[in-house]
Ligand binder design. Structure first.
Ligand code: ZN
Length: 557
């Protein structure tokens, strides 16, 4: 009898666990759909991975049956999932899971942090680290003797935060064949103990390559860990699609694409990915017959990526006018923009229907890129090419209209303005600030702006980006009304830049980016209504729930 009861309850239990709701109804919400024809609603029903119906609670009865799961939104805001058009996603995962020795304030803390980190990682190289000995009680460089006793046969090579020196333990030095007889290479230094002549473990600049060159590439397992960490971050921030800029080489493209495919096959990929490929590999894609946006709902072969210049922070963004603090430099254009390769490759790739994006920060880098797009438009057959300019950070006033006319998408990262806005004037002077991160000028000109973050350079949290787009308040508190307040945009427009415009940039606007019947059910619930609260509070708003393809993949605890 007892056994029978037990079996019966087990059957009941498994029945409950397996109960497959084919539909989910989100009721009693404030829904901003980003669909111009029906911007607001209260009620959304999803079926399978798609949206079935959008309307008001009055329509509910028609769409609710015994197989419908009901989610009461309790008046909260529901939006389409965020599309972050510019991330370094898997690198971000490595950043999240990586070793961080920077917080160490003493020699003991440095040792302790490293000790804790290597637990369970005895099978691999220990790298990164970002230590800063200037913060320590003993203001001297670490030596291999500090870490040898507990690292033993685990090769360790941890770098200083500026990347100009690193500490190797004895095992790493041995593997690299560095001994007291090894001479320092040109442009580098192997620091040696003045008494014994033995290497101390500190390698500077080019000497670092002696060890770097023997570090094996990441294993599948390491890639899995990094992607898992990045996916968890994305879920919690309501990011359901990303443009992934991570790939710097052919090999890293392959490894990362393989990782995404592994996760997709196992049903673990909880973000939709549009890849980028280094532009110098474009012939491979032509040969294989791949054209723009080949792929499925989860993984799309996105655009080729090229660099036109560097960054404002390192004074390598390329301008027409010289830098304010250094009249000898205009920034640094990338060699493929100097030697004609970019133009040649871009014309050829575009002719074969491959989408292109270019990193351009300085006004001259942006303008020169637009010149190439103009040439492509003249010489190549007409097609819906949706060229992107990544960052589009500084502009000449007449170039906004060129974006609109050429259909070039400005892919921008408002979160950068939070910090960059503090020191930009020192670099480029007051006048050029006027068209820095000029969201409103782009929208007014009729250009498409797609928002993203550049994670892990900054947080993946889209609420910070939205906050910056509508307030332009820099982190130093010096611009309470916003840096160049004319470039602020409305929260509705900012949300569009973070959803439907991102979908458009990936040729996916008919599939996602707004809440409409037939589109993928990628939805997010926010704990506050960012359309109505004081804009200053937007950055603190939390995601309560993330839904991807109709499945709830995240609930805030
Ligand atoms: Zn980037």
């Amino acid at each position: 009898m007892k056994l029978f009861t037990l079996l019966f309850s087990l059957i009941l239990l498994s029945g409950t666990l397996n109960a497959q709701f084919s539909k989910t109804a989100f009721m009693n919400g404030k829904i901003y759909t980003v669909n111009g024809k029906q911007p607001f609603a209260q009620f959304v029903v999803t079926e399978g991975n798609k949206i079935l119906f959008v309307g008001s609670d009055k329509d509910a009865k028609k769409y609710i049956s015994s197989d419908t799961k009901i989610v009461d939104l309790k008046g909260r805001l529901l939006l389409p999932g965020f599309i972050d058009s510019h991330t370094h996603f898997i690198s971000g995962g490595f950043y999240l899971t990586g070793l961080d020795l920077n917080p160490a304030k003493s020699r003991a803390e440095f040792i302790q942090l490293l000790k804790e980190y290597i637990k369970g990682k005895e099978d691999r190289w220990i790298t990164e680290g970002n230590w800063d000995h200037e913060k320590w009680d003993v203001k001297k460089l670490p030596t291999k003797e500090w870490i040898d006793p507990f690292t033993k046969n685990i090769p360790v090579f941890v770098d200083r935060y500026d990347g100009h020196m690193a500490l190797a333990n004895s095992h790493a030095l041995k593997l690299a064949g560095i001994s007291k007889d090894t001479p320092s290479p040109e442009g580098g230094l192997i620091i040696k103990d003045p008494e014994t002549g033995e290497p101390t473990g500190i390698l500077k600049d080019n000497a670092m390559d002696l060890v770097r060159n023997i570090i094996p590439p990441y294993t599948d397992e390491q890639y899995n860990e990094a992607l898992t960490a990045a996916l968890n971050e994305a879920k919690g921030f309501g990011v359901t699609s990303i443009g992934d800029m991570s790939y710097t080489t052919d090999k890293s493209f392959q490894d990362q694409l393989n990782t995404y495919q592994r996760f997709e096959k196992e049903g673990k990929l909880t973000v939709r990915v549009s890849t980028r490929m280094p532009i110098n590999t474009y012939k491979k894609f032509i040969k294989s017959g791949i054209q723009n946006n080949f792929g499925d709902d989860f993984i799309q072969i996105g655009s080729l990526k090229a660099y036109a210049d560097g960054s404002l922070g390192s004074s390598t963004a390329w301008f027409f006018d010289h830098y304010a603090q250094d009249s000898t430099t205009f920034g640094l254009p990338n060699d493929i923009f100097q030697n004609g390769n970019f133009e040649k490759w871009a014309l050829d790739a575009d002719k074969n229907k491959l989408q292109i994006c270019v990193h351009a920060i300085g006004d001259r880098a942006v303008s020169t890129t637009l010149d190439v797009v103009e040439k492509i438009e003249k010489e190549n057959p007409v097609w819906d090419r949706r060229f992107h300019i990544e960052h589009s950070q500084h502009l000449q006033p007449h170039d906004f209209a060129r974006f609109a006319r050429l259909g070039v998408i400005a892919s921008m990262q408002p979160t950068h303005l939070l910090e960059d806005g503090n020191w930009a004037e020192k670099r480029i002077g007051k006048k050029r600030l006027k068209y820095m991160h000029a969201y409103n000028s782009f929208l007014k000109a009729g250009a498409t702006v797609a928002f993203g973050t550049d994670f892990p350079v900054v947080t993946l949290n889209p609420l910070v980006g939205l906050y910056m787009a509508v307030t332009r308040r820099t982190s130093d508190g010096k611009n309470p009304d916003g840096l160049e307040p004319l470039e602020k945009i409305s929260i509705e427009d900012a949300i569009k830049c973070y959803t439907i415009n991102g979908a458009y940039a990936e040729f996916q606007e008919n599939k996602k980016g707004s809440i409409e019947p037939g589109k993928l059910a990628d939805l997010i619930v926010l704990n506050q209504n960012i359309l109505t609260i004081d804009p200053v509070k937007i950055k603190d708003v939390k995601i309560d729930m993330t839904i991807l393809g109709g499945k709830i993949i995240y609930k805030r605890k």
